[in-house]
Design a protein around this ligand. Structure first.
Ligand SMILES: NC(=O)c1ccc[n+]([C@@H]2O[C@H](COP(=O)([O-])OP(=O)(O)OC[C@H]3O[C@@H](n4cnc5c(N)ncnc54)[C@H](O)[C@@H]3O)[C@@H](O)[C@H]2O)c1
Length: 385
């Protein structure tokens, strides 16, 4: 008989759907887990929206006040899928109520709030995780295995991009549903917290802590109509950001993100160059890992294109048969599975709030560096598993 983990999900947008999908599927594909998620309650401020979402995804009940959801005795774990500025109050209240907390990234819209959240979570000693989901795409997890096995040798370079093109029109508003990302009060930052945070989490997981950064940012469209006030207001977020950095291991990093790269929808790529070998990955072809090994005989030496679908590759024995691919949504199923397993093992499910706080320190250093036009030490202490 499985133990039930009663989920209370807050926020019915994009991530509310990906997480609900993960909870619905995880027990079917990871039948060995001792825990199973139960979709207990969902919260949105609009009752009609919450009711419709509950019916669509199979939640037993709905709520319009997140405080009531967090206080409910029949909720074990609170899952935060709201805009960034609404993470801290919910996470802190949930931790104080003794609930487990699963939180969307970035941890918060400000570094102070992220620190307060981490403090409260650790003080309460509740299970926690932050949804930096790209770690759990099988090809990315395989990259981690190859690096940990020492296949690359000493690492010299880490390069990552996250390119989009959806805010080029000055008619895209700021604030409100979806476009809260362009409102600095809601988001905290622009592409740095939204997109580069993913690149930074993956980079530090694969290549260790980032020691210092030097960044430039740009806001191409200076004013946009705010959906709430209906008036043109100054845009406070970074539309584009480029930074370079030193990792603790001595390698150099180069990161770029923008929402102004015409033709790119969500081009997240990374490439790592080591002494013996290099690897590269592209979100648009997410099942594939490219690998070059200089130790191969020279006559056949070249980039290998590895379709990561075999049962002995990460997570893939849970899905179909070799050769058949999986998608973006599976990374969330994998994180849900790993979270449930961590409860069974009484271990932690990385990235924890502590890990996400370290990523947020890098993001903050990037923003500060761009503002001051100077190098910034990040103060990162990286121990994530
Ligand atoms: N892991 C990823 O790859 C990934 C991808 C997208 C977004 N995110 C993160 O997920 C979070 C949510 O983003 P999204 O794309 O789902 O946004 P979204 O705009 O699609 O959805 C946010 C939802 O939160 C609701 N909401 C806002 N304040 C609320 C409150 N006080 N109480 C209840 N509901 C409230 C909104 O009505 C909306 O339904 C953000 O932190 C974002 O950075 C992560």
């Amino acid at each position: 008989m499985k133990k039930e983990l009663k989920i209370g999900l807050i926020g019915c947008g994009f991530m509310g759907r990906t997480h609900s999908n993960a909870y619905n599927r995880v027990s079917h594909f990871f039948p060995e887990l001792a825990y199973k998620p139960v979709l207990q309650r969902v919260c949105a401020r609009d009752g009609n929206k919450a009711k419709a979402f509950a019916e669509q995804w199979g939640y037993a009940s709905f709520e319009t006040d997140w405080k009531a959801l967090v206080a409910s005795p029949d909720i074990d774990a609170v899952d935060i899928c709201t805009p960034n500025n609404a993470h801290a109050d919910i996470a802190i209240a949930a931790a104080r109520a003794g609930k487990m907390v699963l939180c969307e990234k970035p941890l918060s819209s400000t570094i102070d709030a992220a620190e307060a959240m981490t403090h409260e979570i650790e003080k309460a000693g509740v299970a926690n995780t932050v949804w930096y989901n790209y770690r759990r795409l099988p090809a990315v997890t395989l990259a981690k295995q190859l690096i940990d096995e020492g296949k690359l040798g000493r690492i010299f370079h880490y390069r990552a991009n996250f390119l989009q093109d959806w805010t080029i029109s000055p008619d895209v508003p700021q604030g409100g549903a979806g476009t809260w990302r362009l409102d600095v009060d809601a988001a905290g930052s622009g592409v740095t917290g939204d997109l580069l945070a993913h690149c930074i989490d993956t980079a530090m997981w694969l290549n260790g802590g980032i020691k210092d950064v030097s960044a430039v940012t740009e806001t191409f469209i200076k004013e946009r109509v705010h959906q709430v006030s209906g008036k043109k207001q100054e845009v406070g977020i970074d539309d584009a950001c480029i930074f370079h950095c030193h990792f603790e291991n001595g390698s150099l990093g180069l990161f770029e993100s923008t929402r102004y790269a015409r033709g790119h929808k969500a081009l997240y790529t990374f490439e790592i160059n080591g002494e013996h070998a290099s690897i590269r990955w592209d979100l648009h072809d997410l099942n594939r890992l490219e690998y070059f090994d200089h130790r191969d005989p020279s006559v056949v030496r070249g980039w290998r294109s590895i379709l990561v679908t075999d049962g002995d590759q990460p997570y893939m024995n849970k899905w179909w048969v070799p050769g058949l691919i999986i998608g973006y949504e599976h990374s969330f199923v994998h994180q849900a599975a790993d979270f449930l397993k961590s409860l069974e093992d009484r271990s932690s499910c990385a990235p924890t709030f502590r890990d996400a706080l370290e990523t947020q320190k890098v993001c903050q250093s990037v923003i500060d560096s761009a503002k001051d036009k100077s190098w910034k030490n990040t103060g990162v202490v990286w121990n994530s598993k």
